[in-house]
Design a protein around this ligand. Sequence first.
Ligand code: UFG
Length: 342
Amino acid sequence: MKILVTGGTGYIGSHTVVELQNQGFEVVIVDNLSNSSEEIVGQIEKITGIRPILEVFDLVNREKTADFFKRNSDIKGVIHFAASKAVGESVVKPLEYYRNNLVSLMNILESMKENQIPYIVFSSSCTVYGQPDELPVSEKAPIKKAESPYGNTKQISEEILQDTIKTSEIKTIALRYFNPIGAHESALIGELPLGVPNNLVPFITQTAIGIRKELKVFGGDYPTIDGTPIRDYIHVVDLAKAHVVAVRRMIEDKMKNGFEVFNLGTGKGYSVLEVINAFEKISGEKLRYKIVDRREGDVIEVWADPTFSNEELGWKAEKGIEEMVASAWKWEQAYRKNELLK
Ligand code: UFG
């Protein structure tokens, strides 16, 4: 069964390709390589023994997208990762974000309609909840006004999908990710941030390995256990596995609605200092860090209520925080030695 994974050479995409192949799916990747590398295809092959097909083009291009789908009309479903994801950059380049994240989705949906491809799994984000009024946050929580153009593209995308399913055969599962971290246990794939990382864990591992001088902890005066913000960190392999479950749910016709939403989190929140402590414990390294001013747009605390995902999907995040940071550290060390990926 052939599945299209857009953004399949990216961080979450590559881990999902591995899990799909492990479960017997045939994978075609479309990626413009704007934030990833062609070498990832070879890394995936080293893990699974199967080289996924990669087509390099931009899904913002309507003609190229239509041509691709015409040639691949036997695709059973789409997992759509390809999107820009840097919150701060989106504030500086809003139009690029709206074009890139929304036009590509519309192009894919039009081509799916034209070729009678009915299923799409969409990468959404817990950012749609903003700072929730109640924690843990369930899928029933209200959507809050987006803090950034990036967050807004996720909200608008969900709306585009909801409107589309009303007038077509297309069915959607939107997966709202909490904070994906970590890497595949083989350390052959992982997160490859371009330039200075925006996210916490890549910044920690790059600091520990000596590329960054010190980690800045954004804010130490939040109303939390230790003054630093709390997030629900989830191992990227657990996240990847949920996508395979979602694809199966669709093709086995188990969906209860044409548009379903699931939280992908562990249900447990950790503060920034707790993540640093976990890293120091598993690595034996002392991390250089200092507490600085708050970062604009950060919520105080958010963690998932994963009950609906656990019960309805039969999926549960299995890996704990130490395993998450240990795999991220193993990946950082392996990657720095790996000439192929430099
Ligand atoms: N942090 C630091 N220093 C850093 C980087 C991050 O202290 O150098 C802190 C942040 O202030 C925050 C926590 O670490 O408290 C996590 O920050 P990340 O940037 O790793 O993750 P965010 O929760 O800000 O963002 C993530 C995704 C976004 C998504 C958002 C939804 O990266 O795509 O969750 O809440 F929109």
